[in-house]
Design a protein around this ligand. Structure first.
Ligand SMILES: Nc1ncnc2c1ncn2[C@@H]1O[C@H](COP(=O)(O)OP(=O)(O)OP(=O)(O)O)[C@@H](O)[C@H]1O
Length: 284
C-alpha cells in the first residue's frame, strides 16, 4: 500500500447530529471522489479513481465483473471500511465536505447517502408502513408520531408504490412482489431524505416488467436525489443515466476508470476503443 492518505475508521464517534427536519426532501448533493484506491488485505482492487457525480443527475457505473464497481459504490457511503482487512485511500466529498473526516459520524454519511441493494431486502415480518419508517432508526433519526403518516405517503409516492399499497399499509412487506419490494426499499431509503442514493444492480433480481417500473422510478426521482447506479445492463444504463463511468481491471491489475462522460457520448462516440468494445458487447 503506497498511497499516503490511508483512511482508518474512527474509533470513537462524535455526538449524533440532530434528526433531519420534516418537510420537503433535501436538495440533491454533489459527490466527488478524488484519487480513491481500495484494498482487501494486501490486494489492491481500485487505483486512484476520480469522478465528479453531479447533483440531481443519474450516473451509471459500468464495466465487467470484478473491476471494482461495487467496492467503489460502498466507499461512497462508508460501507467498505466495515469489511475486515479492507482499507482505502483518497478523498470522498459531499458538497465539498470530506465524508471520512474524523469529526464526522458514519451515520451522518449514511443518512445523507442512502443505499439500495441488488436483492430487495425489506424486513419480511414488518408491515409495509413500518418498513418505510425503519430507515430512520437505521441511521439514528427520529420523527414525531404526527408526521409519520405523511412521511410514509410521501416516500411511497416518490418510490412509485403508493397507489398500489395505500389500502394495505399494515400488511407485511413480504406480501409484495419482488419489484414492489424493491420500490419499498427505495421508499425506505427516501424516507431518510438522502441527498444521494446509491443503487447496486437494483434490478438484477427483477423480471422485465418490474425492471421497467423501477427504471421509471429512477428517472422520476433522479432530479431530486443524486443517483449512482451500478448496472451490467447496457440498455438500462442508456435508458436511466445522464452520465456513465466505464471501469476496467485489466489482467489482475486494480480497477480504474477508463472513460467517463455524458451517456450519449459513452455509447455513441466513446474516445477509448475499450469503451466502444464494452458498450457494444464485444467483451465483458
Ligand atoms: N469482501 C471481499 N473480500 C476480498 N475481496 C473482495 C471482497 N469483495 C470484493 N472483493 C474483490 O474485489 C474485486 C472487486 O470486486 P467488486 O465486487 O467491487 O467488483 P464489481 O465490478 O462490482 O463486480 P461485479 O460486477 O461482479 O459485482 C474483485 O476482485 C473481488 O473478488
Amino acid at each position: 500500500m503506497s498511497d499516503a492518505t490511508l483512511v482508518i475508521p474512527a474509533v470513537s464517534e462524535p455526538p449524533a447530529a440532530p434528526p433531519p427536519p420534516a418537510g420537503p426532501a433535501d436538495r440533491p448533493g454533489r459527490l466527488e471522489a478524488d484519487a480513491v484506491s481500495a484494498w482487501f488485505g494486501q490486494r489492491k482492487v481500485l487505483d486512484r479513481v476520480s469522478i465528479d457525480l453531479p447533483a440531481g443527475q443519474v450516473t451509471a457505473l459500468i464495466g465487467p465483473s470484478g473491476c471494482g464497481k461495487s467496492t467503489f459504490l460502498r466507499i461512497l457511503n462508508r460501507m467498505h471500511e466495515l469489511v475486515p482487512g479492507a482499507a482505502l485511500a483518497g478523498e470522498v466529498r459531499l458538497d465539498g465536505e470530506d465524508i471520512y473526516d474524523p469529526d464526522r459520524r458514519i451515520t451522518d454519511a449514511r443518512r445523507a447517502i442512502g443505499m439500495v441493494f441488488q436483492k430487495p431486502n425489506p424486513f419480511p415480518a414488518m408491515s409495509i408502513r413500518d418498513n418505510v419508517l425503519a430507515g430512520l432508526s437505521l441511521v439514528g433519526s427520529r420523527i414525531k408520531k404526527a408526521e409519520r403518516d405523511d412521511l410514509v405517503e410521501e416516500s411511497l409516492t416518490r418510490a412509485g408504490l403508493w397507489v398500489e399499497v395505500r389500502d394495505r399499509l399494515r400488511q407485511p412487506g413480504s406480501a409484495l412482489s419482488g419489484g414492489q419490494q424493491q420500490r419499498l426499499c427505495i421508499a425506505r431509503s427516501l424516507a431518510v431524505r438522502p441527498r444521494v442514493l446509491l443503487m447496486d444492480e437494483p434490478c438484477s433480481a427483477l423480471d422485465p416488467t418490474s425492471t421497467r417500473v423501477v427504471e421509471e422510478t429512477i428517472r422520476e426521482i433522479g432530479s431530486e436525489v443524486t443517483i449512482v447506479i451500478v448496472t451490467h445492463n447496457m440498455q438500462q444504463a442508456a435508458r436511466v443515466s445522464d452520465r456513465c463511468a466505464f471501469f476496467l481491471a485489466a489482467h489482475g491489475t486494480p480497477g480504474v476508470i477508463v472513460e467517463q462522460g455524458p451517456t450519449g457520448v459513452i455509447f455513441d462516440n466513446p474516445q477509448d476503443s475499450r469503451t466502444a468494445d464494452y458498450v457494444n458487447g464485444r467483451f465483458g
